[in-house]
Design a protein. Structure first.
Length: 540
């Protein structure tokens, strides 16, 4: 491998007048370095990385610039040290210039977006440079510009214009959803609405619902508004919630369950922990659409969980949505999910919905002759006590459902009471809170602060975390490859330090010779030895 990389680097240097040959050589370098951490390290040590960087920023041949940027992106994705080395203001400025240049080919712009994505992924330094260089603003500009031109979906898999737009969407999702730098995420959340990308996105959804366009837009909207009250309120103010509700209704009627699930997740992100928007959405009959979608026989357990969890967030502290759920025959579906499904996460989500609706079903069952709160005219009883046959059947069904909920609660109480008192001192903080003290808005905070969770609340916490990861899965589904995980840090043992010092006395600063001559921990590299020795010398 080392011999091949040395030879290829020399070929690149001697082929400066032959861009086509250099491109072929770069393809060979990519084949060796892709997903090969050691190869990337060695290529960096022999100066190959800096040579490619200079080639990408100084070459006047578009084809060679494309190949150089692609090679740098592959190496940055495969090796964290190479990623850090490439994070320079000069490279980001060159990326920005190429994206703004009208003469740049679509493929060159796509390669610039690719290197940008791999420099900011899980990298705080790259994210800061991305904001300072203005590259994020350029991506938002490209998103709007390409969408305004009605991106052609003909042969979408090979259409350069669509591929560029899709890459821009994926990169914007990575920027807004990246946990390494809270400032960059906040900047994206505040910049995205102001950039008119929201209005253009939802306008395109009104015109047509092609999967290739709609899915990236749903992902970007969901990731941008999640946990951001400002972005949620802005999206609602421009009619975004109404449009999503209408889109959901159209998709359910058209039996397009896959895209309807994506809309459901986006709607949930738009209103979660925002009570005002939950009440606003109650006027759009979303619960009826969700119950129709939940009745689809082709859904997997994961899809049902997303729907039921969304229903839980919509019915919490909102009587209007609770009444609509009753009218849509929703509670029997929740009980059916508890009885038939073997998925623990789905069980917890269904129980969440039943708990939300417990008070209202109790009220209906105990006060059948009283006036129902004027939440929806369909549920209001007339003052002259004129009850139709269908309404009487509805009340009887509500009584039956309420008794079922009581039985479930009784079984749960019996299960708790069967636990010895000594073990119930072992209950977690989630078990100790009662009533409305814990809800969907503070559940995660309460459980995360508990040093020892019970099995029931551990499942709830995992379900919530898994749901939040769904948006990241949508992001990685549009990328060429999944991001390389960072190595687990391992402290040097005393034996390793002794070997390192002894090796320096024998071999000098030949770190590879030291690494191969002494027993070190698995995955230890020559760079680790060099850095550790430098720190040891600094201590003396």
């Amino acid at each position: 491998m080392k011999t091949d990389l040395n030879f290829l680097l020399e070929c690149l240097k001697f082929q400066m007048n032959n861009p086509d040959s250099q491109k072929e050589t770069l393809e060979a370098v990519c084949c060796i370095c892709q997903d090969n951490n050691d190869a990337c390290d060695y290529f960096r040590e022999i100066g190959g990385l800096m040579f490619l960087n200079n080639l990408a920023t100084s070459s006047t041949h578009s084809v060679l610039k494309e190949a150089s940027f692609y090679s740098l992106a592959v190496i940055a994705e495969s090796n964290v040290y190479c990623q850090q080395t490439l994070c320079t203001s000069a490279l980001f400025e060159d990326v920005r210039t190429n994206l703004l240049d009208e003469q740049s080919s679509i493929n060159l712009k796509r390669m610039c977006v690719f290197i940008f994505l791999n420099l900011v992924s899980n990298n705080k330094t790259g994210q800061s440079l991305a904001r300072e260089s203005g590259c994020i603003d350029i991506l938002l500009l490209l998103f709007r510009k390409l969408l305004a031109c009605n991106v052609d979906l003909t042969n979408g898999n090979i259409n350069p214009q669509y591929l560029l737009w899709s890459s821009v969407c994926s990169t914007l999702c990575a920027c807004v959803n990246n946990p390494q730098n809270g400032k960059i995420s906040l900047y994206m959340r505040s910049s995205f609405p102001d950039s008119s990308a929201f209005p253009q996105g939802i306008e395109r959804l009104q015109q047509s619902l092609e999967h290739e366009i709609a899915r990236p837009i749903f992902s970007l909207i969901g990731l941008t508004v999640a946990n951001s009250r400002f972005a949620q309120d802005y999206f609602a103010s421009i009619g975004g919630l109404d449009i999503l509700a209408d889109v959901l209704s159209r998709l359910v009627k058209g039996l397009d369950s896959k895209l309807a699930i994506a809309v459901t997740k986006t709607l949930d992100a738009c209103v979660t922990e925002n009570t005002k928007l939950v009440h606003c959405l109650s006027k759009r009959n979303v619960l009826s659409s969700l119950m129709s979608l939940l009745s689809c026989e082709t859904l997997e357990a994961e899809d049902k969980f997303s729907i039921v969890l969304t229903v839980g967030h919509l019915t919490e502290d909102c009587e209007a949505n609770q009444y609509e759920l009753l009218r849509s025959n929703g509670l029997p579906l929740m009980i059916q999910a508890l009885a038939e499904s073997q998925d623990d996460e789905l069980h917890k989500a269904a129980t969440f919905v039943l708990q939300n609706c417990r008070c209202i079903t109790e009220m209906l069952s105990q006060n059948l002759n009283e006036h129902v709160p004027n939440v929806n005219p369909c549920f209001a009883l007339s003052h002259n006590n004129q009850k139709t046959k269908s309404l009487d059947e509805y009340w009887r069904k509500a009584v039956e459902i309420f008794h079922r909920i009581q039985n479930l609660q009784q079984e749960h109480d019996e299960e708790i009471s069967s636990i010895p008192v000594t073990e119930r001192s072992l209950q977690c903080s989630g078990c100790l809170v009662t009533g409305h003290v814990m809800n969907s808005r503070n559940c995660s905070k309460i459980l995360l602060g508990c040093p020892s969770l019970c099995d029931r609340h551990r499942v709830i916490l995992r379900a919530e975390e898994r749901y939040r990861e769904e948006y990241r899965k949508l992001l990685y589904g549009t990328r060429d490859a999944t991001p390389q995980k960072r190595r687990t840090r391992k402290d040097f043992t005393q034996e390793e330090i002794t070997n390192l010092l002894d090796g320096v006395e024998k071999f000098g600063h030949n770190w590879n010779a030291i690494l191969w001559s002494y027993p070190f921990q698995k995955n230890r590299r020559n760079v680790d030895l060099a850095k550790k020795y430098k720190r040891l010398k600094g201590q003396h």
